[in-house]
Design a protein around this ligand. Structure first.
Ligand code: 5AD
Ligand code: SF4
Length: 466
C-alpha cells in the first residue's frame, strides 16, 4: 500500500465552510488522503475561502503568495504540492484566480466538492482544473458519508446541512450569487445522517443552512416539511440530547418553529436571528422586507413560546445612506432586545451586489466610530448575560478535556464554555453544573450531582424525596 497523502485545509468564514471542509476530507479519504495540521508537509493544500465581507480576494492572493513559497520548497525536496482554492471566492472569481495565480492547480466551487478526486486527476493530466458549475442534481447525495472513526474523532457536537443557498437577495450580500438558489434536503436523508452521527457518539446536532428556517425539504409523506416539523422528528432519534439551528431569518419564523421551541426540551433556547439594522429606512434599502417592529414582534413570539430563550444577531454599520438617526435606531433596538451576544460588521461593498452601486457611502471614520459604539453596547450585554449565570445551576454537555489537568469543558444551552474538575468519562453527558464564577467568556463551576449518584429523574431508595 502506498504511503498516505497529506491534506491540509484552511477554512475561513461561516459554519457551512467548516462543515464543507469535513466533507472534503471525507471525499478525499478514499483517495488515500489523511489530514495534517501543517502546510509544509502537505501534498494538497485547500484554501476554503469566504467572500462575505471585506478584502476576501486580496486575502486569498496574499495567502497564495505564501503557499507559492511552500510549494517551491516542497519541489526543491522532490515533493509535489498541489494547491486548490475552494469556497465562495472560488465560486465568484474562479476564472480570475486561474488567470492571476499560476500556483493554483484546482479551483472548485461549493457545489462541486464531490468532484475533487476527478479535478485533481484532471489537474495532473492538463496542468489546471476548474469547476464552478451549479449542478442540477442534489450535490449532498453525491458526497460520501464520513467513516465512524472520523465522526468519533470530531467529537460530541456535529453540524448537518439541511438547506443551502438563499433567495432573499439582501442588497449587500453575495450569498445568493455564490451559494445559489435556496435548496432543501429531504427529511429522510437528514434523518439518516443524524442517526449515523448519534450511533457514533454525537449528542448535539446543529442544523445549518444560509437561511435555515426557509427549510422545506420533502418529508416521508411526500409533502414539504417546515423546519419545526423536522426538529420534532429529529428530537426522537435515540442519543440526540440537543438540537440547534443556524442561521435563521426573521421573515421565515413560522408557527412550526415556535411550537418546536415550546414543545422540545432538546431544542436549545438560543437563537441567532440577524436583523442587520434597527432603522426601517435602512432595512428597506437592504431589501430585508421587514421592519424593526416586525423583528420585535418575532422576538416576542419566541419569548412567548419559551421564556428562557436568548438571542444573538448580526449588524452592519455604515450601510450606504446610514445617518446618525438610523444608527441611533439600531442602538435603541439592541438596548430594547437585550442580546446574549452579537456580531457587528462595517459595511463592505461586494462586487456584483446592488448595494455596491449605491451612492452616499458612509465615511470610514464614521463607520469605525459607530462600530465601536455598537460593540461596546453588545459587549456589556454579553457580559451581563454571562454574569447572570453565576450562582445558578445549568445543564452542560461535556465535550472534551480542558487544558488544565483534571478539568473537563462543555457548553451550556447558550454555548457558554463551562469548566469543572471531573473525570473525562463524563464527556458526552449532559450534567447540571453549579456556576461559581466567570473568567472572560468561560463559566467555572462544579458538578451539581456528583457522578455515581443516581441520575436525575430516576427513583433511588437511598435518597429521600421532598
Ligand atoms: N458587508 C458587511 N457585512 C456583511 N454581511 C454580509 N454581507 C456583508 C457586507 N457586504 C454580514 C451580515 C450577515 C453576516 C453573515 O455577515 O451581517 O448576517
Ligand atoms: Fe445574505 Fe442572509 Fe440576506 Fe440571504 S438572507 S441574502 S444569506 S444576508
Amino acid at each position: 500500500m502506498s504511503a498516505p497523502r497529506k491534506l491540509h485545509i484552511k477554512s475561513y468564514g461561516c459554519q457551512m465552510n467548516v462543515y464543507d471542509a469535513q466533507r472534503m476530507v471525507d471525499t478525499l479519504a478514499p483517495e488515500g488522503f489523511v489530514e495534517t495540521a501543517s502546510v509544509d508537509d502537505a501534498d494538497l493544500v485547500i484554501l476554503n475561502t469566504c467572500h462575505i465581507r471585506e478584502k476576501a480576494s486580496e486575502k486569498v492572493y496574499s495567502e497564495l503568495g505564501r503557499l507559492r513559497v511552500a510549494k517551491d520548497e516542497a519541489a526543491r525536496h522532490g515533493r509535489q504540492m498541489n494547491i486548490a482554492v475552494a469556497g465562495c471566492v472560488a465560486q465568484a472569481e474562479g476564472e480570475e484566480i486561474i488567470r492571476r495565480a499560476p500556483v493554483v492547480d484546482v479551483v472548485v466551487g461549493p457545489q462541486s466538492y464531490h468532484n475533487l478526486p476527478q479535478l485533481l486527476a484532471r489537474a495532473k493530466r492538463d496542468g489546471r482544473a476548474l469547476d464552478t458549475e451549479f449542478p442540477l442534481e442534489d450535490k449532498f447525495s453525491l458526497l460520501p458519508q464520513p467513516k465512524p472513526a472520523a465522526i468519533r474523532a470530531r467529537g460530541v457536537s456535529a453540524f448537518v446541512t439541511v438547506q443551502e443557498g438563499c433567495d432573499k437577495f439582501c442588497t449587500f450580500c453575495v450569498v445568493p450569487y455564490t451559494r445559489g438558489a435556496e435548496a432543501s434536503r429531504p427529511v429522510a436523508r437528514i434523518t439518516d445522517d443524524v442517526r449515523r452521527l448519534a450511533d457514533n457518539g454525537v449528542r448535539e446536532i446543529t442544523l445549518i443552512g444560509q437561511n435555515v428556517n426557509a427549510y422545506h425539504g420533502e418529508g416521508p409523506d411526500g409533502q414539504p416539511w417546515p423546519l419545526g416539523k423536522l426538529l420534532h422528528h429529529l428530537a426522537d432519534v435515540p442519543g440526540i440530547a440537543r438540537l440547534r439551528y443556524s442561521t435563521s431569518h426573521p421573515r421565515d419564523v413560522d408557527d412550526s418553529l415556535l411550537e418546536a421551541h415550546r414543545d422540545l426540551p432538546a431544542l436549545m433556547p438560543f437563537v441567532h436571528l440577524p436583523v442587520q439594522s434597527g432603522s426601517d429606512r435602512i432595512l428597506a434599502a437592504m431589501n430585508r422586507k421587514h421592519t424593526a417592529d416586525d423583528y420585535r414582534r418575532v422576538i416576542d413570539r419566541f419569548r412567548h413560546a419559551r421564556q428562557d430563550i436568548a438571542f444573538t444577531s448580526d449588524f452592519i454599520v455604515g450601510f450606504p445612506g446610514e445617518r446618525e438617526e438610523d444608527f441611533a435606531a439600531t442602538l435603541a433596538l439592541v438596548t430594547q432586545i437585550g442580546y446574549a451576544g452579537a456580531y457587528s460588521f462595517k459595511y463592505s461593498p461586494r462586487p456584483g451586489t446592488p448595494a455596491a452601486d449605491m451612492q452616499e457611502m458612509v465615511a470610514a471614520a464614521t463607520m469605525d466610530e459607530r462600530l465601536a459604539r455598537l460593540q461596546n453596547l453588545i459587549d456589556s450585554q454579553q457580559h451581563a448575560f454571562n454574569k447572570a449565570a453565576i450562582g445558578t445551576t445549568v445543564d452542560v454537555l461535556f465535550e472534551r478535556a480542558a487544558r488544565n489537568p483534571g478539568q473537563i469543558v462543555g457548553r451550556t444551552a447558550y454555548l457558554q464554555p463551562a469548566h469543572v474538575m471531573a473525570s473525562e468519562d463524563l464527556i458526552g453527558q449532559v450534567l447540571p453544573v453549579t456556576v461559581a464564577s466567570l473568567e472572560r467568556y468561560s463559566l467555572l463551576g462544579a458538578l451539581a450531582t456528583p457522578p455515581g449518584a443516581s441520575p436525575r429523574g430516576s427513583q433511588s431508595p437511598v435518597l429521600t424525596g421532598a
